[in-house]
Design a protein around this ligand. Structure first.
Ligand code: GLA
Length: 392
């Protein structure tokens, strides 16, 4: 984060100084360890919150005007709490706006405020910078207005903002990880009931390394929604053959084996094959992690990537190149794409003594294959959305 004084100066430069107190909130991005593209069909995911994220310096106003600004962009989005509507030209500001719109739907009278956002999540990397902006806004509004909402309520509210206001049909994973993260832990979450438990990340001599492919993810949204449509087609077939069908996340591998032949469209069959096996993999790999069997956990990560490549088909040449090169490095015991795919990042489990080799070798070979220069982040897992400074 910018130093506190620098942030305050920026804040006062944009919104003026009036002697009123401001507060600072924080919400992190996330990395998903396993359980990919399973959230919107009620399955299992295993994400962890990062220590990277978005800070929001917030000052309440006595009128109903809202000002939103970011240290990464020029300009200020201005509107009143009476009229919170999507506007293309507001760009990134539509994410916090969507959250305000959802608070309004709850029938809550909202006062105006000035908010300056500052983030350090690499952009377009698939590490959930948008969820972190939503969650930091949600926790700020909750605290400023003194609302009785749980952290889980806020994650649902932020997801609705993204689905309905911004128009991205994402599942709950990103907002949940950003809102509910716990330092040193991943979260095993069942996405239909939101039942969850924290899983300690006791990695011994290993570390999680995130590699950014630096491939822009321009096609992600349309492909993401396309995959969702294919899944819905599959669900319609399964509903006819599995009497107790509730959601894809509850279909066992055995049940799937008995009905997969009924799904006639090959693409649809492949998408379901990924999701149902990935749910199973998420559960067994979590057990392996809890038992301290990192080798097995790493193998499951690798299988997850292969399934996303061969069945769900969301990896693409850059992520596959990172995956293949990471596997060549001795000391890397598991690697996979993380997030929506088609670009963005991989996450790898690497022995701490092999990290330098990992960076050098993957960089060199990946650049040779794609012409792109990757970036590496050692992944520390932090706490979820919170009051950062000022107030309780
Ligand atoms: C994106 C979405 C999430 C989830 C992942 C894939 O990050 O926002 O809801 O579906 O893709 O696992």
């Amino acid at each position: 984060m910018l130093g506190l004084n620098v942030l305050r100066e920026e804040f006062e430069q944009r919104f003026g100084a009036n002697g009123d107190k401001s507060r600072i909130f924080f919400a992190p991005g996330r990395v998903n360890l396993i359980g990919e593209h399973t959230d919107f069909t009620g399955g299992y995911v295993l994400p962890a919150a990062l220590t990277y994220g978005t800070w929001a310096m917030v000052r309440r106003r006595s009128d109903r005007i809202v000002h939103l600004a970011s240290t990464s962009f020029s300009g200020i989005a201005e509107f009143t709490t009476d009229e919170v509507v999507y506007r293309q030209e507001d760009g990134w500001a539509n994410y916090p706006k969507g959250v305000l719109a959802e608070f309004k739907k709850l029938g809550l009278p909202l006062s105006g405020c000035d908010i300056l956002f500052e983030g350090n999540i690499p952009k377009g990397a698939g590490l959930s910078s948008s969820a972190s902006i939503e969650m930091v806004t949600a926790i700020a509004v909750k605290c400023l207005e003194g609302l009785e909402l749980t952290s889980v309520d806020l994650t649902r509210l932020a997801q609705r903002a993204e689905n309905q206001f911004v128009g991205v049909n994402c599942g709950i994973m990103d907002q949940f990880a950003s809102g509910m993260g716990k330092a040193g832990h991943a979260i095993l979450l069942k996405c239909d009931t939101l039942a969850y438990r924290y899983v300690p990340l006791s990695l011994g001599e290993y570390q999680l390394v995130i590699t950014n492919s630096n491939k822009q993810r321009s096609l992600t949204e349309s492909n993401y929604n396309q995959r969702r449509l294919e899944c819905e087609e599959g669900i319609r077939v399964l509903q006819n053959y599995l009497l107790d069908f509730t959601c894809l996340g509850n279909v066992t591998v055995e049940q799937w084996r008995s009905v997969q032949g009924k799904v006639k469209t090959p693409e649809v069959r492949k998408r379901l094959e990924h999701i149902i096996r990935e749910n199973d993999r998420t559960l067994v790999s979590t057990k392996a992690l809890e038992a301290g069997n990192l080798q097995a956990f790493g193998d499951f990560m690798t299988q997850s990537h292969e399934s996303l490549r061969d069945f769900y088909e969301v990896t693409g040449k850059e992520l596959d190149a990172l995956f293949e090169e990471a596997r060549q490095v001795s000391g890397c015991i598991g690697t996979r794409m993380t997030g929506a795919g088609f670009g963005g990042c991989t996450v790898s489990l690497v022995h701490q003594e092999a990290i330098d080799d990992f960076k050098t070798q993957v960089s060199k070979r990946y650049e040779g294959r794609t012409g792109l220069i990757p970036e590496f982040y050692i992944c520390d897992c932090g706490d979820g959305a919170r009051n950062y400074r000022g107030g309780r």
